[in-house]
Design a protein around this ligand. Structure first.
Ligand SMILES: [Zn+2]
Length: 404
């Protein structure tokens, strides 16, 4: 495409901290990247990048966009602790907060977008109370943003699978209706039947060709055993790399080094991925080991300001910072790697497309007043400009108070 075909030019930015460049956009695509040229006139809309750092849009690979109280008055932490306590509390109070609904989900997506996230994999609760309503709500919310955020959905059995007869059928219906992934939850501690839950989920995946994304909080040997059960089934069914994800997977950091290496080697070989929310009170996924074994992983915000916890603000760069800080990441190449995982290399959790500042990619561009990617990460620099799907986002309009 000729230079003149650009309808939007992002001028004088430094992609990944490199040389000053202009980025041409037509429709929702980047059509060229070239050295900055002064004084040229153009019919296109121009964003003056003022020499800012440019990165691809952030990618949130583990969200719960359906069930935050972001934008509502403060909600006190109530109910009991622990997974079961939080599940019960959420089910007792979600109706009065309008959860799930499109307006709730839209407030969350808008906050992701305001902080530069343009691609999101969100788990959405599917249970006997709400059925598949939550999936409709988040899709409607994404549609209201008119393509600024690309969304992929995990139909998530937050309340358990086998212990709630009828949920497996709901998950099957969700997959038939187009949910890209089916989720699972602590097959041993919630359902008390790991083989049964996993067999049910893999049966749905085999039938519909959907992905699986399984929340696994279970620690140590128990969690490692369940990861092995998952790997056995991926191998048996010949599931393609990238289709099965373990969310959290705390067991990977719990077990001893030799067993971790065995697990990661096998996960890497089978293309089973992981997502982490960089939990502050636990050890972090080991960056060098993950890369050495080829286990791809992504960062996620998890739920933000919801009936599980008042914490979380939707800024994926903040999660990447938390991961780096808590994991003792200090060297340039490792800090940069964390930024790559938060942007370019997280994208396969949402899309098959290239997600980078290159011609042909969707025009998802974040500008930050930072020297380089490492500097942007360690300072969690505010987002100066966000271009999503080829359009400049009105950040001021999105900066609504979170308690209106
Ligand atoms: Zn989660």
């Amino acid at each position: 495409m000729a230079h003149d075909d650009a309808t939007l030019i992002i001028r004088d930015v430094r992609p990944w901290g490199g040389d000053p460049s202009d980025v041409g956009v037509a429709g929702d695509r980047i059509v060229w990247v070239r050295p900055t040229q002064d004084g040229t006139t153009t019919e296109a809309e121009v964003v003056d990048g003022r020499g800012l750092l440019a990165l691809p849009g952030l990618v949130n690979t583990h969200a719960h966009a359906d069930k935050s109280w972001w934008g509502l008055p403060w909600q006190s932490y109530g109910g009991e602790g622990g997974t079961q306590g939080r599940i019960a509390h959420e089910r007792a109070r979600r109706d009065e907060l309008g959860i799930p609904s499109a307006p709730v989900a839209e407030r969350v997506l808008r906050e992701y977008l305001r902080t530069g996230t343009t691609r999101v994999r969100t788990h959405v609760d599917v249970d006997l109370g709400v059925g598949l309503r939550g999936i409709d709500a988040v899709r409607e919310a994404a549609a209201a943003l008119d393509g600024a955020i690309e969304l992929t959905v995990v139909a998530f059995p937050q309340d358990g699978v086998l212990r709630r007869p009828g949920v497996l059928e709901l998950l099957d219906r969700a997959a038939a209706a187009g949910a890209e992934h089916v989720g699972g939850l602590d097959p041993a501690l919630i359902d008390r039947d790991p083989v049964g839950q996993l067999d049910g989920l893999f049966r749905i995946a085999a039938e519909h060709g959907c992905g699986l994304d399984i929340h696994l909080h279970e620690p140590g040997d128990l969690g490692a055993f369940e990861i092995e059960l998952i790997l056995d089934r991926v191998e048996r069914d010949g599931i393609a790399p990238g289709k099965v994800n373990v969310a959290h997977g705390f067991a990977v950091v719990d077990v001893d080094a030799a067993r971790r290496r065995d697990l990661l080697d096998r996960m890497g070989a089978l293309g089973v991925t992981m997502t982490t929310v960089a939990p502050v009170r636990m050890r972090q996924l080991p960056l060098a080991e993950m890369d050495a074994t080829g286990v791809r992983f992504g960062f996620g915000t998890d739920g933000i300001r919801d009936l599980w916890s008042p914490y979380g603000d939707g800024d994926l760069l903040g999660i990447a910072w938390q991961y780096a800080r808590a994991g003792g990441v200090v060297r340039d190449e490792d800090l940069r790697r964390v930024v790559e995982i938060a942007t370019r290399d997280g994208a396969p959790f949402v899309t098959d497309e290239v997600h980078d500042l290159v011609p042909g990619a969707r025009a998802d561009v974040v500008l930050l007043d930072a020297e380089n990617p490492m500097d942007a990460l360690v300072r969690r620099v505010p987002r100066a400009v966000v271009v999503a799907g080829g359009r400049v986002v009105d950040l001021a309009a999105l900066a609504a108070r979170p308690w209106e």
